[in-house]
Each structure stands twice: as C-alpha cells, then as structure tokens.
Design a protein. Structure first.
Length: 496
C-alpha cells in the first residue's frame, strides 16, 4: 500500500485515493540484498512510491487542470447561472475545451485528448471534481469540507483525497446544480438542504452562516444494484442462520425495528428485509429522502417535504403516515422514525398493519426501546409511561441492532425479541448476540454472531401463518455454522 507523509506526524498513513502502488522488483545488481520495504526509512519508501507513479498521468492531469480553468475563465458568470440552457452551455464548453487542447504544447494522442476533453466536460457540466468519485463503486460516502478538502469513505475507513474545487464559487455552483435537479434551493436565506441524486444517493448541503468555513457537502452513495441477503452474509454483516430467521419474520408479518448508530447499515438492511415481502402485497414506503430500492411492483413511495423559504408548506413524516393509513396498505415501511410519528407507527402495528418495518438511531436494543418511548411522548400527548410501554411491547416483535466495529465493518450485533411487560419494564431477550471474544472468522474478521440458545415465542405465531423454522438455527454454535454434520445455506436451509 502506498504511503504519504502527514505534517506533524512521524508515521506514514494510507494514501488519499485508497489505491495501491506496486513496489519495484528486486534489483539484480551485485552487492548486499536490499532490506525489506518494511525496514526501509520513510524517505526511502516515499522515493519508491514517487518512482512508481506514472509520469504521463501527471502530465495529463496538468493539461486537464489548465483546460478546466480556461473554461471557467471564459464562461464567466454564465458558468454559475443555473438557468442557462444546458444544450447551449454544453456546446460552448466543447468549443472552449477543443480550443484549449489545440493551444496545448504537450504532445497527446487522439485517445488521450478525447479522455481529457471528456473529463473536463464532466467536471464542468456534471458534478465537478467529484464526478469521478460518484462513479467509483468502492466509495460509499463523499465529504466535502470546503473547496480544498475532500474526503471519502472506502471499506469503512475515512480517507483524504487530492480532489479540489477551483474556488468556493465553483463548489457553490456544483451544490446548486445538485439541489436544482430535485427542485430544491439553497442560499444564505435557506442555508440547509437534504436532497437525493437520480441514483438514490442522499445529499446534504449546508452554507454559511450556519457552516463556519463552508459550504459543506456530504453525499452518501447507494449501490445501483441493491444488496441481497447472500451479499450481507458474504460481507460478514450477519450469519446464514440470522438471515433465515429474519426472512421468516418478514414473511410471517412480524413487526421489525432496525436500530443502530450513524452509518451502520440500517437502510441497507432494511432494503434486504423488504425484499422478502411477497409480491402480491401493497407496500407503502415513507421517507425524508427516498433511499429504499424495493423490487416489488406494487410499491407506493411517499417523501416528506420541508418548509419553503416563508416557513410554509411543510409535510412531515407523521402527516404522510396518517395519509398512508387511508391508502389500503398491506405493509408500511418508514425509512426512519425521528419524532412523533413513532406513536402513529405503534398504533398502525397494533391495528392490523402487521409486518411493518422501520429504523431508529440507538446504541443498543434497550436504548432503541427508550428512544421509541421518548419519540412517542414527542407526539404531544400526555400519556402515562406504562401505557406507552404497553403499546411498545404489544406492537414490536423483533429488534435487529447493527454496530460499526473498529475495523470499519458493519455487523449485526443483536437480534432481540421484544417480550411482554413485567412490572414497569418491557422484557427483552437476545436470540442472537455478537461475541467479541470469539476468534476471527474465515475472512479474518474478529468476533462472531452466535445463537444464545433461546427460542423466541413468536415462532408459534409464525407457524400459524405457515412459516416453520428449523429449531437447529437457535442452537448455540462453536466454530463454523454446522450442526450434526450439516452445513447451512441462506437460500436452501440446512443441507446434508
């Protein structure tokens, strides 16, 4: 892996682009054998990295930067006017780019010139310097902390990049283009916006005076092809046994709450769970910004609306949920409960809308219940706490909790059954729990999700609906997921 020097630190860190440079091969010259790379000085390793860089790439980057600056300089105010006809702007950009390349003294092949022209056009007419980051499928999040500081998240790790904007006006132009595509507006009078790109990626932008040193832009990307249960098993997010249990819960119309901290994979898991809903059911999804990617045909998607610049026109999640109850839903999926809509969600679960799904930010299953109770009280009704907890215990069946571990991996750490009331408390019992002390799995990931040996009470209700679970998946496991010489498949169950 390539290294780069960070000022003020005495160690080398991963390169900003997340890529790796091949190390030079061993020299065949005479003399003592060169020490391994790990034993060389930092200066020596840096020199090797520089020597292995492609000088041609650096030359073309210089041409690209000069052409880009010429486009912005010649277009002037037209470049920052989002009302200009895009076809006319594209034609003018193409002419300026061709003129800039013809004026270049750097020799280039026709293929190189075409690549440079396409790159500059994408930067100007697309989403600027982050256009190529948006097309990189290995990047899950893009964080722009001003024109000269762009970070990415790759494989759960936050890394700096060499991507920069020309200036603050260039960054504002890109942000304006993004939010204009979804009919939103952002400026100093309305300095915050949540939006989404055409591919479903979630966008948040915030301007000064709220953003000191801004503007700031955050884009959370989503896979063009939604993940499946087998993908999550392959990633180590959950085990095949847990996947089979969750599939049965969704098909058997149990009410599920997915909890976890920020960026732990709640929406991704909710997408996978929703894929288990039978295709003959009517599904209504309610979200702040549409992120769910359901494959069923009978899906109605609702999206909340913020207030306009005059403070009017807001349509909250709770308003949409009340309206959804009049739309004859078989299933209701709320992207995330944040406020008083939790009360309406509990009421829906208790009045015939079984099989509903939602997510909530929390640090543990018990904390998730506490947050639901708090959000229920935010609905504005003076309800006794016992009445709230009785609603919670009656409505919810399963809490699936996700955590982000120190290595950046996202894992299901608890599958917990919500039981009945005992005294003033709602009983919780873990069906599966993450054992941090267990050894690494086949992919080298530390810790494993293991069954606790408790068989949940809701399996009887699932059986009444024709959903039968093999009792073997609830047996405590030691080592790989095998029972009585049988191996487990997430699609076929226990195999001989």
């Amino acid at each position: 892996m390539s290294t780069s020097w960070e000022p003020g630190k005495g160690t080398a860190s991963s390169s900003g682009d997340g890529g790796s440079r091949s190390q030079p091969g061993a020299s065949a010259t005479s003399g003592p054998t060169a020490p391994p790379s790990s034993n060389k000085t930092l200066y020596g390793r840096l020199q090797e990295g520089l020597a292995s860089a492609d000088p041609r790439t650096e030359v073309l980057d210089g041409v690209r930067e000069r052409a880009h600056r010429r486009v912005i300089s010649e277009l002037g105010p037209v470049f920052y006017n989002n009302l200009v006809d895009q076809n006319e702007l594209r034609a003018r950009v193409a002419r300026i780019v061709q003129a800039a390349l013809q004026a270049e003294r750097t020799p280039m092949s026709a293929a190189e010139a075409a690549r440079v022209a396409q790159s500059v056009t994408d930067d100007v007419l697309g989403f600027g310097p982050i256009e190529r980051l948006l097309h990189d499928t290995s990047i899950s999040e893009i964080m722009v902390n001003g024109p000269e500081r762009v970070y990415i998240e790759r494989n759960g790790k936050i890394l700096p990049t060499k991507v920069t904007f020309v200036d603050e006006a260039h960054l504002r132009h890109v942000v304006g283009r993004i939010v204009a595509e979804v009919g939103r507006h952002i400026d100093e009078s309305s300095p915050m916006v949540d939006a989404r790109l055409a591919d479903g990626s979630r966008v948040n932008a915030i301007y000064p005076p709220l953003a000191v040193g801004g503007p700031f832009l955050t884009i959370r990307k989503f896979a063009a092809d939604p993940f499946t249960l087998d993908d999550l098993v392959g990633f180590g997010t959950l085990t095949p046994q847990v996947g089979e249990l969750l599939r049965a819960c969704v098909q058997g119309r149990a009410n599920l709450l997915v909890s976890g901290g920020a960026s732990t994979g709640k929406t991704t898991l909710l997408n996978v769970l929703s894929s288990f809903i039978p295709p003959d059911e009517r599904i209504i999804t309610i979200e702040d910004a549409k992120e769910l990617q359901l494959r069923q045909r009978h899906v109605v998607s609702l999206e909340s609306r913020p207030a306009n610049t005059e403070g009017k026109g807001e349509v909250a999640i709770r308003d949409l949920l009340r309206n959804a109850l009049r739309m004859r839903p078989d299933r209701i999926i709320i992207g995330e409960c944040r406020s008083g809509e939790a009360l309406d969600m509990l009421q829906a679960m208790n009045t015939g809308h079984d099989g509903s799904l939602t997510t909530v930010h929390a640090n543990s299953p018990r904390d998730a219940l506490s947050r639901v109770e708090t959000m229920t009280l935010m609905a504005g009704f003076d309800l006794p706490m016992r009445a709230v907890r009785e609603q919670v215990s009656s409505a919810l069946d399963v809490i699936v909790h996700l955590s982000r571990l120190r290595d950046g991996s996202r894992r299901v750490t608890h599958v917990t059954e919500v039981g009945h009331m005992e005294g003033e408390m709602v009983l919780l019992q873990d069906i599966f729990a993450f054992d941090y002390r267990s050894g690494a799995d086949g992919a080298g990931r530390r810790g494993q999700l293991r069954a606790t040996g408790i068989r949940p009470h809701f399996t009887e209700r699932l059986a009444d609906r024709g959903i039968h679970l093999d009792p073997a998946i609830f047996e405590p496991q030691v080592g790989p997921p095998r029972v009585d010489g049988r191996s487990y498949s997430s699609t076929a169950g226990w195999l001989k």
